[in-house]
Design a protein around this ligand. Structure first.
Ligand code: GLN
Length: 392
């Protein structure tokens, strides 16, 4: 009897995550590949990581660094992270008790949520927010509470956030520099955040994966600068963004000892440890060439400036980009399609892949005509995209 002839005895599972489909980043990258579109969608640099880092990785593998790393990360990498954190934010996290290396920022986000959020507890997210937040909360049985950022500046409305707090609020998630908009929290936001959380037991998850990509001399207001905030915070970063190697999937979480202890319980049984050879490579790179992360804003700023200048020759209107490597553009002079439809049309008919904003919202604002373009690309890629956008 052929295997196909039997009727299945196990029914297809009732989905636990009804709202989840394929991520918009994958969908758009696929569409770009299928239609030979210039891919400014999914956020990744199309240039190589520093040669020294690639060499260090190859050497680590040749030197036999191929077995399990310690669960929390190799000591020399945690040491390098402590030093980098101190240099950037004036606070040196404890190497043994406060730093955990993870398989990317997304793993760290999932671990932090699972470490503290219980079924029925609420987690406040600020829309538009990165697409992995909501499913991570729901997998923990938590309830995402969506609060909109300002639709034009993407600044938090602290009164709205305050009004969303209930006795069941377990965590607040923030993200600066912000994906998709590039907006950054300023000192006044930090003061408001401190006031909001003071006297509460709410945890803070601060997604700072674009921490080193800041422009125009602005200061990244890391939560790690503020004792009052960091005592309740999971602060998450990603080497993929800092070292142009998003596919290596290495990130980390800095949190006080008691929070790190719970975080590590999840990490330990989720991935256990992170790709060991890359840990050796990053430890060396961070220690020996701090200029790389210190000058990352200066590295990206000419790309941002040139791209914005080029956009002025099109009918797309660029919004300000204080940080990160994404440029939001208003396309209302080009089309009246909604953003998802517009992105399909743009990729298929005009050969440029972008990311619509609606997937970043619990409830997308009606009539918003914005898409996200990634400018972490070689000059040739950006020029090719602009040439196509100019025709519209
Ligand atoms: N962080 C990337 C972005 O915002 C996407 C990563 C992914 O595809 N999972 O584009």
């Amino acid at each position: 009897m052929s295997i196909n002839a039997s009727t299945p005895t196990v029914p297809a599972p009732e989905t636990k995550l009804p709202k989840v489909g394929t991520t918009i980043f994958t969908v758009m990258s696929q569409l770009a590949a299928d239609h030979d579109a210039v891919n400014l969608g999914q956020g990744f640099p199309d240039f190589d990581p520093p040669e020294r880092l690639v060499e260090a990785l190859a050497r680590a593998m040749r030197d036999g660094r191929n077995q399990y790393a310690p669960m929390s990360g190799i000591p020399s990498l945690r040491e390098a992270i402590a030093e980098k954190t101190e240099r950037c934010y004036g606070y040196r996290p404890d190497v043994d008790a406060e730093i955990t290396v993870t398989s990317g920022g997304s793993e760290a986000i999932l671990d932090a949520i699972h470490a503290v959020v219980r079924p029925g507890e609420e987690v406040i997210v600020l829309d538009p927010c990165y697409d992995c937040y909501e499913p991570a909360i729901e997998m923990a049985g938590g309830v995402p509470v969506h609060v909109p950022l300002d639709p034009h500046t993407f600044a938090p409305d602290w009164d709205l956030i305050r009004a969303a707090v209930t006795p069941r609020t377990r965590m607040l998630m923030i993200n600066s520099p912000h994906n998709p908009s590039g907006a950054m929290l300023n000192a006044d936001d930090i003061a408001q955040l401190c006031a909001l959380l003071r006297d509460s037991e709410i945890y803070l998850l601060s997604d700072e994966v674009y921490e080193h990509i800041v422009f125009d001399g602005a200061r990244h207001e890391s939560v790690l600068r503020y004792p009052e905030l960091r005592e309740r915070a999971f602060v998450i970063s990603s080497f993929g963004k800092t070292y142009h190697c998003t596919g290596w999937k290495v990130g980390y979480c800095v949190a006080p000892p008691a929070l790190s202890a719970e975080f590590r319980k999840v990490h330990q049984y989720n991935t256990f440890c992170t790709f060991a050879p890359a840990q050796f490579a990053f430890a060396e790179m961070i220690r020996d060439e701090p200029e790389h992360y210190l000058q990352l804003g200066a590295f990206y700023q000419p790309m941002r400036d040139r791209f914005r200048e080029q956009l002025l020759t099109t009918r797309f209107k660029p919004l300000p980009v204080p940080g990160g490597y994404f440029q939001l553009v208003d396309y209302s002079a080009v089309s009246d399609l909604d953003d998802a439809e517009f992105c399909r049309w743009l990729a298929i008919e005009h050969g440029v892949a972008a990311i619509p904003l609606s997937p970043f919202y619990g409830t997308p604002p009606a009539g918003q005509r914005l898409v996200r373009l990634c400018f972490a690309k070689s000059e040739a890629t950006r020029d090719a995209a602009i040439k196509r956008l100019e025709k519209l």
